[in-house]
Design a protein around this ligand. Sequence first.
Ligand SMILES: Cc1cc2nc3c(=O)[nH]c(=O)nc-3n(C[C@H](O)[C@H](O)[C@H](O)COP(=O)(O)O)c2cc1C
Length: 406
Amino acid sequence: MQCATTLRTTNQMSSDSRAVARLHTVDDAERLARRRLPRPVFDYIAGGAGAEATLAANIADIRREIFLPRMGDTIGIEPRDTRRVVLGNESPLPFAIGPVGFTRSMHPTGDVAGVRAAGKLGIPFCQSSMSGHTIEEVGAAATAPWWYQLYPLGGRQGGEQMIARAQAAGASALVVTMDTVVPGNRERDLTYGAALPVRVNRNTMASMARYVVTKPTWLAHAARDRFRFPLANTHGMTRDGRPLREDEALMYWIVEPPTWSDLQWMREQWRGTLVVKGLVTADDARRALDAGVDGIIVSNHGGRQLDQTPSSLRALRDIAPVASPHVDVLVDGGIRRGSDVIVALCLGARAALLGRAWVYGLAAGGENGVTKVLEIIRNDMIRTMQLLGVRSIDELGPELLCDQRR
Ligand SMILES: Cc1cc2nc3c(=O)[nH]c(=O)nc-3n(C[C@H](O)[C@H](O)[C@H](O)COP(=O)(O)O)c2cc1C
């Protein structure tokens, strides 16, 4: 029995590594994720809100940018300095893994794979409050600075409990997501009759059966993980001394979403770096500065919240001049290539975050899949610097992009 299990596990692992060897781009990882995941899980990742206009604009606006390379100053083999201090810690690369919920439904290794892969490259990993792994599991697996993203599951009291645990487990930054007062209108998810966000558990497996039977690799992984897709960090949560069920904790997320005044109590609870995520206007960036944050993540949640908000680059152009003289400005949304990271840095971002890119790698091949995606982005980033003629990321600025308003 033991032998059969070991053999099955080994076969799955080698099927993961064979798959990873075939990945050359993030698009490859996306294609493989699409093949491996049941349709509802893939659509949960890939989909956006409403007509998916912002989702499309995130990528389209990056692709519209035009580089203005400088010839003759550098040679290809010269080393490039890609180091950046991001939210108080030096990172060897100016990008990080952003928070994605329910990663354990994509691959059983979920956020543990993510934080390990990030650690291999020395870059930060941000754990979502919607994680299938505990804060302590991620903290124990981290070998580079890691951040905790806060949704107030369990309301303010649950939030305080998660903040205390993240602090004890060694997270260096608390990332408060401001754009999710209710989940966005993810129309793809509605097709499957699932409540938002899509939850995969034993009960929903029956309705999922027709999507699952054709996905043997995913099914084998999920069965090995005993179909555990929990909100792991709601376990043990209490409110007024009473234990909260997972669904109750989830409800308070919407009942008590964070407001600007809440940043005050978070500041009192949290000793590390405090960051807000999900801003797309310069006015909100000013409010964040007034609230005393240490960093801002410019983000429209990958086009998953309010549709027809500014694309990530458009928002970055508005926010960076206001905020980057004072705090670290990070950006996410549509980053699929190393050259996309370079564009974001040229426009004033201190670093970029990966959302779908890393979980496509996860679904495609577990930890090795995530590592491969990170390496693809790193290598393309360095090549872009070589071709642009810059030695260090500190040399990146708007003069390396065509000013298309002219
Ligand atoms: C499947 C999925 C789940 C997400 N879950 C969270 C979350 O729990 N918390 C959060 O702050 N952002 C969440 N995000 C948003 C990402 O952190 C990030 O803002 C977005 O994915 C960036 O866009 P990109 O996917 O085009 O890179 C999620 C994104 C995806 C795709």
